[in-house]
Write a protein of this length. Sequence first.
Length: 104
Amino acid sequence: MSEGFGLVVRFTLRDQEAATAFDDLCARTLEGVKTQEPGTLAYVTHIPVDEPLVRVFYELYADRAAFEAHEAQPHTKRFLAEREQYLSGVEVTFLDTIAGKVAA
């Protein structure tokens, strides 16, 4: 597992209307992740309990190169360009994997 590369991203959304539009953007982006990114091991969106205007992404890649391939995809570039209109804040934490279990 030592080569895995991950990140956690916390998005704070402006309001409920922005949250709905952001969720739609995420759904469209996820389709590309599922079909175009073999090196993306996990790409999961969460809504924290009692925080309806927050989304937390957990992303796990086979290695740094897989993350860079993700960033270069047209669906990711579209997501990065369009997301700002819905956000009031973003926090990104990059993670180096040291141990764990990933389902096949």
